[in-house]
Design a protein around this ligand. Sequence first.
Ligand code: AMP
Length: 123
Amino acid sequence: MTFATTYDDTNIFARILRGEIPCDRVMENDHVLAFRDIRPQAPVHILVIPKGRYRDAADFGANASAAEIEAFWRAVSQIAGAHGLTDRGFRIIANAGADGGQEVPHFHVHILGGKSLGAMVGK
Ligand code: AMP
């Protein structure tokens, strides 16, 4: 799979942001939307996405505004707390590009928790 260097407005998270398809929303503000992953890999599996058009973590870190970046990471922290993950721990994953196994080319992090998550990277 190859990845475009420009943002693809047809990706599924762009369609969710436009309200064209539903999501199981857990929080939303001016800059951020969070919703449950449709194929959960853990008891808690939430996706956090910026509302801006960023392809991946590198694009977001390089081009998002300070307000967007702050809102994003504060939302991640808030969601982890609200779902009872901060005592036992949790994992944040941001896949990027082909080697990272990114399926949806709109920047997002996975928040995973609610069980022991095992090794960080499979063989
Ligand atoms: P990634 O491989 O990091 O791009 O992960 C994309 C994630 O999006 C996968 O875990 C999918 O299960 C999830 N996903 C795809 N479509 C939807 C959808 N319509 N609603 C919620 N999660 C989705």
